[in-house]
Design a protein around this ligand. Structure first.
Ligand code: PMP
Length: 361
């Protein structure tokens, strides 16, 4: 069976080369005579894999030496709660920048471990723009400032990360990590669920500045303490070894593609092509987001007549374009254009959209 063009928001398309490599060595990985899933995480083969994956990620993102890289579990959602547990003392405040569904959720899940404040929000604009930095009401005593660099559902993305002064910046990058070069040094903590740009679900990658790991705001079981995970090389308990392995293959694939500068250029072209199709359709297709805040990774769009949604989805599936149905919070369609979605997929989508418009004008 031929593979389809996969526009899923997550779990999302993985590089076909990565999948083929995993397939070819599924039964006998690295000459061990066993699958990578069947090996001890404490054995020398897996330890070498784990270390290499971390080295490759550090190289891709130019992670400074005073940051730890952790390979954790629990999904990004667990860390919505675990981050305040680790970074904020009882009664301390933290500032949240609310720009869509996921930052809203991060804010809600932070209770009861921190007094979260909405320092800026674009809820009144239905999350169709980013609140300008000049309107952010930041508290210099906050334990941290939290933002979501890319809102997977609303399709808004920070291209330039605003300056927040000396308060550590904590960023959920689940849906745009590794899509472009990043100045890690501007962040206190970066975290991302793997299932968009990194690998399979069940893995969370975290990059955290060492001084934040030294915070001990409250007694916590070891399993909830990031410092403990860091001290044990993310092997405090059995990690998601399969996820770590696929992430490692994906990092190698990204390096072979020319690294994050090359990915950024590719992602820019993909997004430009789709937005141009939407904007050039005379209102047949619409994306409501302020062009300055439009996501390169997730492009939500509606058809001018909601009655066309069903025929659009059915025809797109017949055309080999998968998972274009939008999230119920915003309706319509959504095309996710993560790293592993090639330009060719977006070309096929745009050709389909133009053809559909002609046939259903
Ligand atoms: N943050 C963002 C930006 C997301 O897109 C998602 C999932 N789509 C999450 C957090 C939640 O991730 P998980 O399901 O891994 O908890």
């Amino acid at each position: 069976m031929a593979r389809v063009w996969n526009f899923s928001a997550g779990p999302a398309a993985l590089s076909e080369e990565v999948l083929r490599q995993a397939q070819s060595e599924l039964l006998d990985w690295n000459g061990t005579g066993a699958s990578v899933m069947e090996l001890s995480h404490r054995g020398r083969h897996f330890i070498a894999l784990a270390e290499e994956a971390e080295r490759d990620l550090r190289e891709l993102l130019a992670v400074p030496a005073h940051y730890k890289v952790l390979f954790l579990q629990g999904g990004a959602t667990q860390h919505f709660a675990q981050i305040p547990m680790n970074l904020a003392a009882d009664g301390q405040g933290a500032d949240y920048i609310v720009t869509g569904h996921w930052s809203e959720k991060a804010l809600k899940e932070s209770a009861p471990y921190v007094k979260a404040r909405v320092a800026a929000s674009s809820a009144a604009q239905q999350y169709t723009r980013l609140p300008p930095r000049a309107e952010w009401d930041l508290d210099p005593r906050a334990a941290y400032v939290h933002l979501t660099t890319n809102e997977t559902i609303h399709g808004v993305e920070f291209r330039d990360i605003p300056d927040v002064g000396d308060v550590p910046l904590v960023a959920d990058m689940s849906s745009d990590i590794l899509s472009a070069p990043l100045d890690v040094g501007r962040f206190g903590l970066i975290y991302a669920g793997a299932q968009k740009n990194i690998g399979p679900s069940g893995l969370v990658v975290m990059i955290v500045r060492e001084d934040l790991l030294a915070r001990r705001p409250r007694p916590l079981p070891k399993i909830f303490r990031y410092a403990e995970h860091a001290a044990q090389g993310s092997m405090l308990n059995t990690p998601n070894t399969w996820g770590w392995y696929i992430a490692g293959l994906t990092f190698k694939w990204l390096k072979a593609q020319g690294g994050l500068a090359a990915m950024a250029e590719r992602n820019r072209r993909k997004a430009e092509l789709l937005y141009a199709c939407i904007d050039g359709s005379g209102g047949y297709y619409r994306n409501p987001v302020d062009p300055a805040a439009r996501s390169r990774m997730n492009v939500p769009f509606t058809l001018h007549d909601g009655a066309l949604d069903k025929p659009f989805l059915e025809a797109s599936e017949r055309a080999g374009l998968m998972a274009l149905k939008g999230h119920k919070a915003v309706g319509g369609m959504r095309a996710s254009l993560y790293n592993a979605v090639p330009l060719q997929a977006v070309e096929a989508l745009v050709a389909f959209m133009r053809d559909f418009m002609q046939r259903h004008g």
